[in-house]
Design a binder for this molecule. Structure first.
Ligand code: NAI
Length: 286
């Protein structure tokens, strides 16, 4: 049997989640995705209308099939956690069963189990503010959407993950080095995500034989990155300063995720794997 992957954080064909889905599909995995509720309608209609067909192309010429798209809001664990104003919001009330617990229950009913969990989502409402200017609410929202969302997804999915399975998240070097402009507590959220990768590797490894790794990715002009506002500068900086002064493609992150999820990486867990043309290794720009 091929492996089954659930990829949380796919809402268009530009981001890392989409590229990871493609690499996993090319390696023979069945693809399920979790799409942020407010982005669901547009994503599903674009998918239906063939807008992504060009980017669904796999190396063998076939098109990636997404078996099912699940609405998901990873800042809510269970229905009781959803505030009234969100429940009644037009963008949410048209969908159901999108808290983490309900999504996992639905996946279990639909398919029984998964092998691979990918977390490719982040949100920091105050990302454009410096950390000194970030409110408590903004900071906690960044950690809730970008870090605890992974803890929650793994915690709920791990009981239906087959032993030998793997989980992967996406992080950024701003967790360990100063990247001015990556504000709002997003740098803190990525530091938490990397630390949790180690602790969860121990806990999920001992208890469930599941590996937990995170990919520290270089800059990509995704929708989320464009919202931060300094992505073109970061791409230029990498082109000038990285050991490999070349464009970084989402496919390269996708291929690393496919490797990390495969038996080829059976002894790798608790790791932060850099896929950034080596930029992390530089001490100064040149
Ligand atoms: P993206 O926009 O393709 O992906 C982010 C996704 O998160 C979107 O689909 C959005 O709808 C979803 N999302 C936001 N809040 C959510 C919630 N509460 N529940 C469910 N989904 C939610 O952008 P990108 O850049 O591909 O981001 C994927 C991951 O890669 C993120 O963790 C990001 O921090 C990380 N990353 C991105 C880099 C870049 O330069 N683009 C560099 C290093 C890491």
């Amino acid at each position: 049997r091929g492996k089954r992957a659930f990829i949380a954080g796919v809402a268009d064909d530009n981001g890392y989640g989409w590229a990871i889905a493609k690499s996993l599909a090319a390696a023979g995995a069945e693809i399920l995705v979790g799409t942020w509720v407010p982005a669901l309608n547009i994503f599903e209609s674009n998918l239906r209308r063939g807008k992504f067909d060009e980017s669904r192309k796999l190396p063998d010429g076939s098109l990636m099939e997404i078996t099912k798209v699940y609405p998901l809001d990873a800042v809510y664990d269970k229905p009781e956690d959803v505030p009234e104003d969100v429940k009644t919001n037009k963008r949410y009330s048209g969908s159901s069963n999108w808290t983490v617990q309900e999504v996992v229950e639905t996946v279990k009913q639909d398919f029984g189990s998964i092998d691979i969990l990918v977390h490719s989502l982040a949100n920091g409402p105050e990302v454009s503010k410096s950390l000194l200017e970030t409110s408590r609410k903004g900071y906690l929202a960044a950690v809730s959407a970008s870090s605890y969302s992974f803890v929650s997804l793994l915690k709920h999915f791990v009981p239906i993950m087959n032993p030998g399975g793997a989980s992967i998240s996406l992080t950024y070097i701003a967790s360990e080095r100063i990247i001015p402009g990556y504000g709002g507590g997003m740098s803190s959220a990525k530091a938490a995500l990397e630390s949790d990768t180690r602790v969860l590797a121990f806990e999920a490894g001992r208890k469930h034989k599941i590996r937990v790794n995170t990919i520290s990715a270089g800059p990509l002009g995704s929708r989320a990155a464009k919202a931060i506002g300094f992505i073109d500068m970061m791409i230029d900086y990498s082109l000038t300063n990285a050991p490999l002064p070349r464009e970084l493609t989402a496919e390269e992150i996708g291929n690393t995720a496919a490797f990390l999820a495969s038996p080829l990486a059976s002894a790798i867990t608790g790791a932060v794997v850099y896929v950034d043309n080596g930029l992390n290794a530089m001490g100064v720009g040149v």
